[in-house]
Write a protein that binds this ligand. Structure first.
Ligand code: PBG
Length: 345
């Protein structure tokens, strides 16, 4: 079903009938009537499931702040992928917890890095025929300082240095594409990274690999639980010099325009629930496919409410995803992907 820019227009002047001749409740009387007039839907094929890969074998370690989310060794991730594929989920978004971290984040572009190994294994599994494998491109899981780029001494102490980070991100994307990623998704928010990645991919013979850029990524409190899951909390400072200020809608549009000008094939909006207006604005502005990321904090707060018995679990999950679709996103990245797909199936 189309979630289009013409979804809401002021057309009320052409209808002359009002109550009691007109009754809105007529079309809400039964399940089948409601289904007939439903404007937006969510399907398993609209969902992307994030996985956190870690070293070892048979590892399935639950993340404390994210019940139902695990650090998975590659063998376990393959099993998870097979289940996701059988549920009709569209794809996976892969993050990695490396064996060791360093200043530069060399684990990110290591040919034998955790995500690269995971991609090789997933490629060999039957699941990969049905799933789109998306690799998150960032350095924060691999750097000892936990920032998304190279650190230098700046005027006011440390700074994340933009330009030297680009080469490292581009190398990361190329190594992931070569290892079997269908799509690379840069989430670092360095300026110019989409162009740097596109150029590097093309040079490396990966001209067919699309870029899904996290074009509109806000510095958000809602990433908190993820940083436990990916062990990627910044060791000092915060991410406000590279991720966007939550107050700025117009700036988000400029980020999107620039990423598309640099060659992004699709864009990802993040977080979702506190920024549904930004998703809607993006939908009305551009015609590329748009994804939205229901981030860790959105997931965890809902889980907390479910644990308390304060929200109806099944309905709240589907309603949260419907809201993302109605705002204009074509697909949603969500930790609820498996559960939602089961509910929808
Ligand atoms: C890495 C990255 C983050 C998330 C996705 N990619 C964390 C961050 O920016 O700190 C957050 C995802 C989530 O919260 O679920 N840069």
């Amino acid at each position: 079903m189309v979630v289009g820019s013409d979804a809401v227009q002021p057309r009320s002047t052409i209808y002359s009938m009002t109550f009691p001749e007109m009754r809105m409740r007529r079309l809400r009387r039964s399940d089948s009537l409601r289904a007939l007039v439903r404007e937006t839907n969510v399907e398993p094929g609209d969902l992307i499931y994030p996985l956190f890969l870690c070293p070892g074998e048979g590892v399935r370690k639950e993340v404390g702040s994210m019940p139902g989310v695990f650090n998975l060794s590659i063998d376990e991730a393959v099993r998870e992928a097979e289940e996701a594929a059988s549920l009709g989920i569209a794809g996976l978004l892969l993050f990695g917890l490396p064996e060791a971290k360093d200043e530069q984040g060399t684990g990110a572009w290591d040919e034998n890095g955790i995500v690269q190994q995971g991609l090789h294994a997933l490629r060999q599994s039957a699941a990969s025929k049905k799933l789109v494998l998306i690799a998150d491109v960032c350095l924060c899981e691999y750097t000892s300082h936990g920032h998304c780029g190279v650190i230098i001494e700046g005027r006011d102490g440390f700074e994340v240095d933009n330009d030297p980070s680009l080469d490292l991100l581009a190398r990361t994307a190329v190594s992931q594409a070569k290892a079997g990623a269908d799509i690379v998704a840069p989430s670092d928010m360095m300026d110019g990274r989409v162009a740097a990645i596109r150029t590097a991919l093309d040079k490396a013979g990966c001209a067919q690999t699309p870029i899904l850029s996290y074009a509109s990524k806000f510095a958000s409190a809602f990433y908190g639980p993820f940083r436990e899951a990916a062990d990627s909390a910044p060791q000092f400072g915060d991410r406000k010099t590279y991720q966007m200020d939550g107050a700025n809608l117009r700036e988000a549009m400029r980020e999107i325009d620039l990423d598309l000008a640099e060659g992004a094939d699709m864009i990802l909006m993040k977080p979702a629930m506190p920024y549904l207006d930004v998703i809607r604005a993006a939908r009305e502005r551009v015609d590329v496919p748009i994804g939205a990321y229901q981030v860790s904090g959105e997931y965890s707060m809902m889980q907390a409410a479910f644990a308390k018995g304060w929200l109806d679990r099944d309905r709240a999950i589907l309603e949260s995803l419907l809201g993302i679709r109605r705002a204009g996103a074509d697909f949603a990245v969500t930790y609820f992907a498996k559960e939602a797909a089961k509910l929808l199936g």
